[in-house]
Design a protein around this ligand. Structure first.
Ligand SMILES: NC(=O)c1ccc[n+]([C@@H]2O[C@H](COP(=O)([O-])OP(=O)(O)OC[C@H]3O[C@@H](n4cnc5c(N)ncnc54)[C@H](O)[C@@H]3O)[C@@H](O)[C@H]2O)c1
Length: 148
């Protein structure tokens, strides 16, 4: 049975750092920098997801366009929900990896019945898969050497 996004969230944690669309973009950049993360989920006060804002959004849509993050809001840089992919807790980690590499998404919000319940990054998926492969190698080594 393949490992699911829900399993990954149980290890990684389900807390999501969010910001409101109307907040200053500089506030979003400072939050990402302070927490050492590459994106924030954009959500309403009620927790409804409307998109994400990432460091790449800021660089490509604001800095490269000659605009100043000091005068822009999160809404000016964010990627709206309709332009991105989300996953559910029951989806497999392999499906997430395929989505992320195929569509070049670094982050996937996790929605359960429309409710934001987590966020996973490409780094989470790669780490998870490397750990799983390491565990398989170790158990095969034990099997081969008879050291169960
Ligand atoms: N050692 C680990 O467990 C681990 C896990 C993930 C990433 N990383 C490393 O961090 C670096 C950058 O990682 P990345 O490109 O995957 O993305 P990233 O810098 O955005 O993510 C880093 C971590 O923060 C979490 N995160 C990001 N935005 C979040 C948000 N809004 N709310 C809650 N959690 C959030 C991610 O899920 C991930 O665990 C890479 O060097 C990667 O290898 C390490």
């Amino acid at each position: 049975m393949s490992t699911t996004v829900g399993d990954l969230l149980r290890i990684k944690g389900s807390k999501v750092e969010t910001i409101a669309a109307g907040d200053p973009l500089l506030e979003a950049i400072r939050r990402m920098s302070g927490k050492h993360i590459g994106c924030l989920a954009v959500a309403t006060k009620g927790g409804k997801l409307s998109g994400i804002v990432s460091e790449r959004d800021v660089l490509w849509k604001i800095v490269a366009a000659g605009k100043s993050p000091k005068t822009q809001t999160v809404k000016d840089a964010m990627t709206p929900l309709k332009q991105m992919k989300t996953v559910s807790p029951s989806e497999s980690v392999e499906e997430c990896m395929a989505l992320m590499t195929g569509r070049r998404h670094r982050h996937l919000p996790v929605l359960d019945d429309g409710k934001l319940v987590g966020l996973i990054s490409i780094g989470d998926v790669v780490k998870f898969m490397l750990d799983a492969q390491q565990a398989t190698i170790q158990s095969l080594e034990k099997y081969i050497t008879g050291t169960f």
